[in-house]
Ligand binder design. Structure first.
Ligand code: KIV
Length: 281
């Protein structure tokens, strides 16, 4: 395993080297440490933590304090992968100044190496200012979960000609503004392929087909930890919810039958010691 830290210039180089970028989300120390022990390039502290960790219906209630808390925890477990932290809803929309201040907090207080924000052309001024301050920015266009109410749900975007042209323009404007990578979420694979071919900036797809420069998934989805509806674009590489339930059922059974803890899991007093102490009392 390569232990060289993954940097923003390295992610940019992947466009020409054609070595795919791999990214997953993480929200805490334990999972981040496990991911960092693989060859994964990027760990995103996603605002999907609103759903995954907080049990919310969407990402909109996630705060800057939440993001800083989780980014710190993730960063503690990571020595090699590039840690990117999501800018939560309303932490960059109000003004360019607000965007820069909050991006700075994710770096200074959270320990992230880069930030990600959602939105296309209209957010290009935020990207430009944050980038010029020395903070690398990852863009995110297509199906942007923070716009869920405007989009009318989590629907694939760019399916008709006009919408696809708008997404292409978003991509161009974000590239001009200086994003170092661009997440393409929930768009037709043909559109993602065209954007990827046109841009110099690496694209990272989620529900956008295999022709992007890299792929990202929500960790809990790909581990099969989330129960219920599984979106079409998610591949479950493990069934960890089932493993967890089986482990807990076995624990309950063994506690009830006193087969846990067994000899190997208990401490012994030195022979006679407890008795002497008790006698002494
Ligand atoms: O919040 C998140 O997890 C994300 C990824 C799914 C791209 O934005």
């Amino acid at each position: 395993m390569d232990t060289t830290p993954v940097t923003v210039p390295e992610i940019l180089r992947r466009k020409s080297s054609k070595k795919k970028i791999t990214a997953l989300t993480a929200y805490d120390f334990s999972f981040a440490k496990l991911l960092d022990a693989t060859d994964l390039d990027i760990i995103l502290v996603g605002d999907s933590l609103g759903m995954v960790s907080q049990g919310q219906e969407n990402t909109l209630a996630v705060t800057m304090d939440n993001m800083i808390y989780h980014t710190r925890a993730v960063k503690k477990g990571v020595k090699r992968a590039l840690v990117v932290s999501d800018m939560p809803f309303m932490s960059y929309q109000v003004s360019v100044e607000q965007a820069l201040t909050n991006a700075g907090r994710l770096i200074q207080d959270g320990g992230a190496s880069a930030v990600k924000l959602e939105g296309g052309t209209l957010m290009a001024d935020r990207v430009r200012v944050i980038d010029r301050a020395g903070i690398p920015v990852m863009g995110h266009i297509g199906l942007t979960p923070q716009y869920v109410h405007q989009l009318g749900g989590y629907k694939v975007q760019g399916k008709n000609y006009l919408d696809s042209q708008k997404i292409k323009q978003d991509a161009r404007d974000l590239q001009s503004a200086g994003v170092f990578a661009l997440v393409l979420e929930g768009i037709p694979s043909q559109l993602a392929e065209e954007i990827t071919a046109e841009l110099k900036t690496p694209t990272i797809g989620i529900g956008a087909g295999a022709k992007c420069d890299g792929q990202i998934l929500v960790l809990n989805d790909m581990l099969g930890l989330n129960q219920g509806f599984v979106p079409k674009f998610v591949k479950q590489y493990a069934q960890m919810a089932d493993s967890l339930k089986n482990a807990v059922a076995e624990f309950i059974q063994e506690v009830k039958t006193e087969s846990f803890p067994s000899q190997e899991h208990i401490y012994q007093s030195k022979q006679g010691k407890l008795k002497q102490v008790n006698d002494g009392n």
